[in-house]
Ligand binder design. Structure first.
Ligand SMILES: Nc1ncnc2c1ncn2[C@@H]1O[C@H](COP(=O)(O)OP(=O)(O)OP(=O)(O)O)[C@@H](O)[C@H]1O
Length: 225
């Protein structure tokens, strides 16, 4: 469970989030919409402890984010997979090596995980590109590689920031079906997006709550979405 209670965040003097309360219950599927600059990425950063709220409370998997030591936060983060908006990779490493990075960083034996890695790349449809370098990938391939990297540690929660930002409709549907499939496996999913078509398509497949962030707080969006 990720839980925010009256959370606020300011970059310097600028209060971006003022009073955000939300609960991501285990196995739930949420969308987060709102105008550009409303603070969606900032809110996601609070949800995985990249930023600490200036006011209010943020609980990550039952623990107050402010009380987590660096090691405890690292452990919590292994259970929260993040697909970042800009999907950055290390360009000199292959896609397989990039996807495996969280394993290596957490001290796991990457060789021993080779079969799991291959299966994961096959699941996101990237087996033929397993040895390619990141600059050689298309936008949709990069997004799928970023999703694979986000879930390699087997997280309970997946936070995706505009995962379909730079891809065509067909690819966005493919990414959505991967996220829906993960949710059907019991994972909690939160997707920040401007793409209302994506939200409508998802609602035909999964019971999703749509949150709208505006003016520094979050409300449940209208039923027309
Ligand atoms: N590191 C930072 N320092 C100062 N201001 C920042 C920083 N990061 C974001 N901001 C500002 O905070 C506001 C919210 O940014 P954020 O990226 O969270 O919005 P967003 O809703 O995700 O936007 P978009 O939909 O365009 O991606 C913006 O005005 C942005 O310029």
């Amino acid at each position: 469970m990720i839980e925010l209670h009256k959370a606020g965040y300011s970059y310097g003097q600028d209060a971006i989030l003022r009073d955000v309360s939300l609960q991501l219950a285990p196995g739930s599927f949420h969308f987060l919409t709102g105008p550009s600059g409303a603070g969606k990425s900032t809110l996601l950063k609070l949800c995985y402890g990249d930023l600490l709220a200036n006011t209010g409370t943020v609980k990550l998997l039952g623990q107050d984010a402010r009380d987590l030591s660096r090691d405890a936060l690292a452990k919590v983060r292994q259970r929260i997979g993040v697909v970042h908006q800009d999907c950055q990779f290390l360009d000199h490493l292959s896609i397989t090596q990039n996807v495996a990075l969280p394993l290596a960083v957490s001290g796991r034996d990457v060789e021993a995980e080779a079969e799991n890695l291959a299966q994961l790349l096959a699941w996101v449809g990237l087996s033929p590109r397993a040895h390619a370098l990141p600059p050689e990938l298309s936008g949709g391939e990069r997004q799928r590689a970023a999703l694979a990297r986000a879930i390699i540690m087997g997280p309970d929660v997946i936070l995706a920031d505009e995962p379909t930002g730079n891809v065509d409709w067909e690819m966005s549907q493919r990414l959505l079906s991967l996220l829906v499939e993960l949710n059907k496996m019991g994972k909690t999913v939160l997707i920040a997006t401007h793409d209302l078509g994506l939200i409508r398509a998802a609602k035909a497949q999964v019971s999703a709550r749509v949150l709208r962030l505006a003016g520094g707080s979050v409300q449940l969006a209208g039923a027309d979405l």
